[in-house]
Design a protein around this ligand. Structure first.
Ligand code: GAP
Length: 394
């Protein structure tokens, strides 16, 4: 694929300018592999995680959620083979002080703490196979060369499911999760993903089959997410098993693991959404984010800032929409064209403007569509229903 670092530079600059992503510790010169997420970036991340939770946990009834500690007893990562296989890439930290201090590690994946809670989940919920345990959380990798903006980080966030199955069923559930990952990609607006069967030599030490989902990054095609068949490797290492009440047998379940990085998802979402076109004779940049993940769903403007009657009405409409949709902004800064451009750049799908026809003729407000720039007049009484339909399809 042709490299297009120019596009990455444009995304980096938009993210900084509009408050999505800032370099960590910027006033001290930054800190390689670490990033800060500003208002819109933090909301975008939350929205991505929300969609993931819906698809991977809440729309199903066989996946439990968990939220575990980042630092565990060092035996966890020693038993899992991470310390032996990834050695330096794992951040060490001292726990305790003086002679009592011991060395432990910042987790390099969220998966291990899911495995070690396998017994707790069984004892609490008594699930029958197949079932999953899911987690969103931070992971840390001392990457030798963090690079390409938020693509390769030292502090990252993962969205992982460990799905426990009978060995014979592994192919069936591998396919099921593969489909689920593809559907998730569509739902967050990542249109072009490619699948790569990872050859034996390149697979992680625990995997018998891995598919990498790839994306065409501006710096070349590369890994977005992974789907692995981890066999019984992890539960066996931790000495955990399962008692099947129906057959009266005890065995070690096998595991299918869809593993998705939040930052790579966010970068792929931003790259997929980034669009340049021409509107009203001017070059325009906008993020064609799908409304379910756009940080701000609606912006409300009075046509002119210095007309109190317009501002009052716009404030009223803002309060109404804010109550209903929450992610709504009010803006009366600069001229209307500039306000539209600002919202275009953060991907706000709809802008509502109060003008003189709103207050003098009762003709409702204008609703501008981000992608086409077209404006439609909508009566105030039907505005909430109109926007609910446009944003959530209801
Ligand atoms: N539990 C399995 C696991 O951690 P992985 O392929 O090493 O597998 C899974 O990581 C996903 O986590 C990757 O596909 C990617 O989305 C994300 N990821 C891994 N390392 C990363 C890094 N240094 N920076 C950002 N994301 C990363």
């Amino acid at each position: 694929m042709e490299k297009d670092n120019n596009k990455l530079e444009k995304i980096v600059s938009l993210c900084k300018r509009r408050g999505f992503v800032y370099p960590s510790s910027e006033i001290y010169g930054g800190f390689s592999g670490f990033w800060h997420y500003g208002h819109y970036g933090a909301i975008l991340k939350e929205n991505i995680k929300f969609v993931w939770k819906q698809k991977f946990i809440f729309e199903r009834s066989d996946v439990f959620m968990t939220d575990t500690s980042i630092i565990s007893n060092p035996k966890v990562l020693e038993s899992s083979g991470h310390v032996e296989n990834f050695g330096n890439e794992i951040f060490k930290t001292m726990i305790g002080t003086g002679e009592e201090a011991i060395t432990s590690y910042l987790r390099p994946e969220t998966a291990q703490s899911i495995f070690i809670d396998f017994k707790n989940t069984i004892d609490t919920h008594h699930p029958t196979l197949p079932f999953g345990i899911a987690q969103i959380g931070k992971a840390f990798r001392n990457e030798i060369s963090p690079r390409d903006f938020i693509f390769r980080d030292r502090e990252l966030e993962q969205m992982e499911v460990e799905y426990f199955i009978r060995e014979n069923d592994w192919e069936k559930y591998f396919e099921e999760w593969r489909e689920n990952m593809k559907n998730f990609a569509k739902e967050v607006g990542i249109n072009d993903i490619f699948e790569l069967e990872v050859p034996t030599d390149d697979r992680a030490h625990y995997s018998k089959r891995t598919i990498d989902f790839l994306f065409d990054w501006p710096f070349g095609r590369g890994e977005l997410w992974g789907l692995a068949y981890r066999t019984d490797f992890d539960l066996k290492n931790h000495g955990l098993d399962y008692f099947d009440e129906e057959s009266g047998t005890r065995f070690i379940p096998h595991v299918i693991e869809p593993s998705l990085g939040v930052e790579r998802t966010m970068l792929a979402v931003l790259l997929s959404a980034y669009t340049e076109d021409e509107m009203d004779g001017e070059k325009r940049v906008f993020l064609k984010l799908s409304p379910n993940i756009a940080p701000i769903k609606i912006a409300v403007f009075p046509l002119l800032k210095n007309k109190p009657e317009l501002v009052k009405k716009a404030r009223e409409i803002f309060s109404l929409l804010k109550k209903e949709f929450k992610s709504v902004e009010f803006d009366d800064n600069g001229n209307i064209g500039k306000r539209y451009r600002r919202q275009d750049e953060i991907g706000t799908p709809f802008c509502v403007t109060v003008d003189f026809d709103t207050i003098e003729k009762g003709e409702g407000v204008t609703v501008r569509d981000r992608d086409t720039g077209e404006q439609e007049r909508v009566l105030e009484s039907g505005l909430v229903a109109y926007l609910q339909n446009k944003i959530f399809g209801i």
